[in-house]
Design a protein around this ligand. Structure first.
Ligand code: NAP
Length: 328
């Protein structure tokens, strides 16, 4: 029997419960995975509370996108993995049916990628979604170049930290935005060239001061909401506003700015392309080797503490990734 985290109604972290399920043998094209660690994402808290871009199928919805583990059995026709391979999940389906929170999974081989050599399960669980989102948006879609300035909102989030490191890896200049000055020092340590704390002054004045009035070539925004009007004006002429998250669900006005290009980014669209997946793997390998890709683990929890882990996720006190470890 395997443990699986499910929920039967929309609500707070307390709706999460662990149930025992029979996974069965892997069918054709499937793999059985022992899960060693889970990476938590804001998407899962939004999904659990009904605020994600699609709704859960209830009761008994699964959740979770990111797991790191070991292949323990193969179904017929699986040739790209072997028993004992260390892997990560890179699922492109929807969470109610394919969610990965649990201690074992039966899933299509196409939903796995090999874990970069030398990464332990906790680091592995913090890699795929955050870094593929940062790399996919900034490089594949945004065309970020060395010397470009990139303004990163919610910079302490797991994607935000990955975006700081991705920009640094490329020789671009990351400006981190946080709501409170408490995270300033840590964001500087993590590679932000400048930190804008919104409780210390006006966003646009601070961006103008840092960029000599030009603005940022790319603004990478996870927040949206009413603040988008200001954020959009921080884009340099000819630059790009990438909106990839809606942490503030209120309506988001755009200013009249005729040179502004706006891109709504969905990582699942980008990572579904095998050629992009291959480039992400190479980007991660190169970054891990150079030390420029270095997942920041905020805190770990046990699987049995999954509700507590979600409470911490929603506290907004974290910097980087929250990981759940699984004992066997
Ligand atoms: N489009 C895609 O394909 C894609 C892929 C991955 C993630 N996402 C989205 O990216 C966002 C970040 O995800 P994550 O898992 O990295 O987040 P996370 O680790 O949970 O980080 C959240 C951080 O964002 C800031 N924040 C939270 N609520 C906010 C609000 N209402 N206004 C402004 N800032 C707020 C807080 O930092 P401060 O208090 O320091 O500001 C908080 O620590 C989410 O919206 C998620 O859905 C989208």
């Amino acid at each position: 029997m395997a443990k699986q985290v499910v929920f039967d109604e929309i609500g707070g972290p307390e709706v999460l419960r662990i149930e025992q399920v029979e996974l069965g043998e892997p069918g054709p094209g499937e793999v059985l995975l022992r899960v060693d660690a889970l990476g938590l994402n804001r998407a899962e808290a939004l999904f659990r509370s009904g605020g994600y871009f699609y709704q859960p199928s209830l009761p008994g919805s699964r959740l979770g996108y990111e797991a790191a583990g070991e292949v323990v059995a193969l179904g017929a026709g699986v040739t790209e993995f072997a028993v004992g391979d260390q892997v990560l999940t890179a699922i492109t389906g929807e969470m109610s049916a394919d969610g990965v929170y649990g201690d074992a999974l039966r899933l299509p081989a196409g939903d796995l990628v090999h874990r970069p050599g030398g990464t332990d399960p906790v680091t592995g669980a913090a890699l795929w979604l955050s870094y593929s989102t940062a790399y996919g948006a900034l490089v594949e879609k945004g065309g970020l170049r060395p010397g470009d300035t990139v303004l990163i909102t919610a910079a302490s989030s797991s994607v935000g930290v990955a975006a700081i490191q991705t920009a640094r890896h490329l020789g671009a200049i990351p400006i981190a935005v946080t709501r409170g000055a408490a995270k300033r020092e840590r964001l500087e340590q993590l590679g932000a060239a400048h930190v804008i704390a919104l409780d210390e002054g006006d966003l646009l004045e601070q961006v103008a001061g840092i960029t000599d009035g030009r603005g940022a070539q790319i603004v990478f925004d996870a927040v949206s909401g009413p603040g988008l009007a200001d954020i959009a004006q921080a884009v340099a002429p000819g630059g790009l506003l990438i909106v990839y998250g809606w942490l503030d669900p209120r309506p988001a006005p755009l200013p009249l700015n005729w040179t502004l290009r706006v891109l709504g980014y969905n990582n699942l669209d980008v990572t579904g392309d095998p050629a992009v997946r291959r480039r992400i793997r190479h980007f991660l390998d190169a970054g891990l080797r150079a030390g420029t890709v270095a997942p920041v683990i905020d805190r770990t929890f046990d699987l049995e503490e999954i509700a507590e882990a979600h409470r911490h996720l929603e506290s907004n006190s974290q910097i980087g990734k929250i990981v759940v470890t699984v004992d066997h």
